[in-house]
Design a protein around this ligand. Structure first.
Ligand SMILES: [Zn+2]
Length: 207
């Protein structure tokens, strides 16, 4: 028998522990512990924004998004609503960037709309998102975070504290490299086909 539970609006959760999302105004909630003891990240359940440090304001979120501009009119961001982020949680390789926020496509559209702008084109970046899926899955087995991508200069990384842990991380990475790659390619392709690619580049109207 189904029980009719009273529906509580998200706004009811607003408070000092759950300040409003700088993009949509709904309360933010704890998301995950960042690798390397870097603190607790938060997320917005409504628009999907991920917040790795202070919640900031709309202007600081917009500036963070725009700092992903390649200079050729494309803004690139790691997708917090991607298959790889959903699947691996704290193992997600996309946590290791200099950005203070992690964007979902919904958060990007809302944020730009508040600046009277639109997304005019959006392209998946499989050349980076497949390695991202691969590293995210490997991260779920290692002490460190982004050990391989970090070694190749493709990402920041968090190394394990002890020498033996770092050695074991490399052993695990070597053993799992091929089988996890075989798994990563179809997973990321399926994710991309369903709008959940790990990394997107967008073009927008306006400045
Ligand atoms: Zn939000």
């Amino acid at each position: 028998m189904e029980v009719d539970l009273p529906k509580v609006p998200l706004e009811a959760g607003l408070g000092p522990e759950n300040p409003p999302c700088p993009v949509c105004g709904e309360p933010i909630f704890p998301w995950l512990e960042l690798p390397g003891g870097a603190g607790l990240a938060h997320r917005c359940e409504e628009c999907g924004l991920g917040i790795l440090g202070p919640e900031g304001d709309r202007a600081s979120v917009l500036a963070d998004l725009e700092s992903g501009d390649s200079g050729e009119g494309w803004i690139t961001y790691e997708n917090r609503d991607s298959t790889q982020a959903r699947l691996t949680g704290g193992g997600w390789a996309g946590l290791e960037t200099d950005h203070a926020f992690r964007f979902s496509p919904d958060a990007v559209e809302l944020l730009l709309a508040s600046d009277d702008r639109l997304v005019t084109d959006r392209r998946p970046r499989l050349g980076r998102s497949i390695p991202g899926m691969w590293q995210s899955l490997i991260n779920t087995f290692t002490f460190g975070h982004n050990v391989a991508l970090g070694a190749f200069g493709a990402s920041r990384s968090v190394k394990a504290g002890q020498v033996w842990m770092r050695a074991l991380d490399w052993f695990i990475t070597a053993v799992l490299a091929v089988p996890v790659l075989i798994l990563s390619i179809p997973l990321e392709l399926i994710g991309t086909a369903t709008g959940r690619c790990g990394r997107y580049s967008i073009r927008t109207t306006g400045p």
